[in-house]
Design a protein around this ligand. Structure first.
Ligand code: HEC
Length: 313
């Protein structure tokens, strides 16, 4: 008898109460863990746990795929009692979902994730694990009830997966078309047109912020409660105030922070290349509502392509 058969026998021997106890217990553990290891945007060691966290991205696809095929087998077999195949797949998908969520909580806590979408994804994931568990509990029931359980679990998983997909691939994913394939959509051209025709925010400032700031001040991470991926977010600012106040360099924290002494704790960006002279100049001119000269814009944009320095300790 292989170890897998032994596990299967143990599972078979569980009473209904014990099985329910397992589903509740294991998922309460996840809820507890989410509070003990909050997604607060800090990155931390040890390396082993941050690597385990990275495995979330890999691990989550397996249970998701298996969860999807369970009703397919149910449908083809259509037995009043769940077949061995259906049982194995269903229990495997529930256990796999649980493990993927566990890695996800570790990923968020150790690898610096925070923000509303992360919270939605996290709790959606825990809900998916609970519903995958419930689908397994329903294995002792008739065909229809089992099928309903599985379809609901897939729905909840689909929601959590969608939020996760948007986090990874950007808002609107997967329904956002490639901008190259549909050139009519507004995109951020790297080619600088003449200053009369240019919108300085979308064509100069936003690309600079996207290249140097948004990785820590965007949908994925929201350091200092500040997002810098839209103009509204810049105006709204973070915990210390607005990042952009039209006409006021001293109040515009996005300018203040990049013009400090680079050795200052508050200097931005905290990692990677500091902004170049032209980039800082472009930001200052934009805040003061003055047009950015073509040569400054060109140099500022060219520098967004510079390779990143190793993070400073
Ligand atoms: C590697 C991560 C990282 C990058 C990149 C980064 N920041 Fe920050 N930023 C932080 C952290 C962490 C904080 C919160 C601590 C603090 O206030 O210094 C912060 C806070 C801020 C704040 C204060 C927010 C508030 O109201 O509390 C501003 C303004 C800011 N950053 C601007 C920028 C600008 C402009 C850039 C790009 C040039 C940038 N940051 C790039 C990590 C980063």
């Amino acid at each position: 008898m292989t170890p897998l058969h032994r596990i299967e026998e143990r599972l078979h021997a569980l009473t209904v109460r014990q099985a329910i106890g397992w589903v509740i217990g294991t998922n309460l553990f996840l809820v507890g863990l989410a509070f003990v290891l909050p997604a607060d945007g800090e990155t931390r060691g040890p390396a082993l746990l941050s690597i385990l966290g990275n495995f979330h991205i890999l691990a989550l696809h397996i249970p998701a795929a298996v969860l999807l095929v369970v009703p397919l087998f149910e449908f083809f077999e259509r037995h009043e009692q769940a077949t061995a195949t259906v049982r194995r797949l269903s229990v495997f998908s529930a256990a796999g979902t649980w493990a993927a969520v566990l890695c996800g909580i570790v990923h968020a806590h150790y690898n610096g994730f925070s923000g509303e979408s992360i919270q939605l994804h996290l709790w959606g994931g825990i809900a998916a694990s609970i519903f995958a568990g419930i689908a397994s509990l329903l294995l002792s029931q008739g065909f229809l009830l089992r099928l309903v359980g599985q379809v609901v679990a897939i729905g909840v998983m689909g929601f959590a997966a969608h939020v996760g997909g948007e986090l990874q691939h950007g808002e609107g994913f997967p329904f956002k078309a490639n901008t190259k394939a549909s050139p009519k959509k507004e995109e951020t051209p790297r080619v600088v047109t003449t200053s009369q025709k240019r919108d300085d925010y979308t064509q100069v400032i936003r690309p600079i912020l996207e290249a140097h700031c948004v990785e820590c001040h965007g949908a994925k991470k929201v350091k200092g409660k500040l997002r810098m991926d839209t103009l509204e977010a810049l105006k709204k600012g973070g915990s210390e105030g607005s990042a952009f106040v039209a006409g006021d360099l001293k109040k515009s924290l996005m300018h203040v922070r990049v013009t400090l002494d680079p050795a200052d704790d508050e200097f931005m960006p905290t990692e990677g290349n500091p902004l170049t002279k032209e980039q800082v100049q472009a930001i200052a001119l934009w805040i003061e509502a003055k047009p950015i000269p073509d040569d400054v814009a060109k140099l500022a944009l060219a520098a967004t392509k510079a390779p990143k320095q190793a993070p400073k300790k």
